[in-house]
Write a protein that binds this ligand. Structure first.
Ligand code: PLP
Length: 388
């Protein structure tokens, strides 16, 4: 078997696509104007931002004026949750989220819990799904805001967002969803979905790092977390990161193109080949997350009697980039909060592996992983203190 490099960590970050980079480059140098300046350089930069805002809005069925650019996905989550609550103090002090959110959401809720809010954390089932019944049981007359992620970053499960949003709407609570892993990969149409705010991040969809966006339903007021020059409709001050915003717009247009070309079915087909192949060839392993209601590019498994770090290092040695748990926690030895919330015990959770595919992943790449991975597991099991 010939050595090859196979990057399967697209949930952590994606490469900037060639078209995206080409679109960005002029805005670092010859088109470097500050979009807040009145001269032609400034107006060019402002026009480029408007165009990007329009592209991103089109991707999710919104109007351009509903999109606020932020410093990253985490900043958009913080702005949605804290900004909306601050602006709606009369709504009540009860807020709801789930046990499996990204830390940008969970830690915002923890902070709010220490600052006067009553926080309810919804559980998930064994496939990481949030049940509408659990939200129905938890929501109260004084619930101000609910935040449930569109799709989970560690196991790829897609939540019933329409149903959850409908419950919030009926009960008069604001509904935010973190769609960082889903946007640009699955169809999202906020004109039909009952969501008030939705978070996106460019670097998960072939755009640059360090630029996020928040969709904000028309009429919803947010208090800014960053005060200053009043950019982004007064919600996020600071001179705009023009090249990154332009890149985000180009990434949104690329996502639409990939969708038209049938990328979702191509990638989910090779993802299923990978999952089925691992299940066939690696004894005592199982798929984590929902088998069908999952992100098309997302594969995640647990391999019993093995710990994830060993797998990652040996896979890396074989040229394969993967992760166990989320990008930000993968350097920690604590088992993932997501897997524990799904009911896995610590030892099993330590054997988790996430393989996330991208637009450039080929069937040959998958074949290479399926050849390389089983012998790695076999060797590690021979060395492992856990016996069958
Ligand atoms: N939300 C989810 C579900 C994520 O997976 C991530 C990044 O991994 C974020 C938020 C944070 O996005 P960013 O890296 O742009 O801050």
């Amino acid at each position: 078997m010939e050595f090859r490099k196979v990057y399967l960590d697209h949930s952590a970050t994606t490469p900037v696509a060639a078209d995206v980079l080409d679109a960005m480059i002029p805005y670092f140098s010859e088109k470097m104007g500050n979009p807040n300046s009145l001269h032609s350089w400034g107006r060019d930069a402002k026009r480029a931002i408007d165009e990007a805002r329009g592209s991103l809005a089109e991707l999710i069925g919104a109007s351009a004026s509903d999109i606020v650019f932020t410093g990253c996905g985490s900043a958009a989550d913080n702005l949605a949750i804290k900004g909306a609550l601050w602006a709606a103090k009369k709504r009540g002090k009860h807020i709801i989220t789930t046990a499996v959110e990204h830390h940008a959401v969970i830690d915002s809720f923890k902070w709010l819990g220490k600052n006067g809010y009553d926080v309810t954390i919804l559980p998930v089932d064994g496939e990481c799904m949030v049940s509408p019944d659990s939200l129905r049981a938890a929501i109260r007359d004084d619930t101000a805001l609910v935040s449930v992620m569109f799709a989970n970053n560690e196991v790829g499960t897609i939540n019933p967002i329409a149903e959850l949003g409908e419950i919030c709407r009926e009960r008069g609570a604001l509904f935010h969803t973190d769609a960082v892993q889903a946007a640009g990969h699955v169809k999202i149409d906020v004109s039909k979905l009952p969501v008030d705010m939705l978070t996106m991040s460019a670097h998960k969809m072939y755009g640059p790092k360090g630029i996020g966006a928040l969709y904000v339903r028309k009429g919803l007021k947010l208090v800014p977390l960053v005060h200053g020059g009043g950019q982004e409709f007064g919600v996020r001050s600071g001179t705009e990161n023009v090249p990154a915003i332009v890149g985000f717009g180009a990434a949104a247009r690329l996502a639409e193109r990939l969708d038209k070309e049938g990328e979702e079915s191509r990638i989910s087909r090779i993802r299923d080949k990978l999952l089925d192949g691992i299940m066939e060839r690696v004894p005592d392993s199982f798929v984590t997350g929902h088998r069908t209601k999952r992100l098309p590019y997302h594969a995640s498994v647990c391999v019993r009697r093995i710990e994830g770090e060993g797998m990652l290092l040996r896979l890396d040695y074989a040229g394969i980039g993967a992760s166990s748990g989320s990008a930000c926690t993968s350097c920690s030895l604590d088992p993932s909060h997501v897997l524990l919330a799904m009911g896995l015990d610590h030892a099993t959770a330590h054997g988790s592996l996430r393989l996330t595919l991208g637009k450039d992943t080929t069937e040959e790449d998958i074949d290479y992983v399926l050849e390389s991975f089983p012998p790695i597991v076999k060797t590690l099991r021979e060395l492992s203190p856990y016996k069958a």
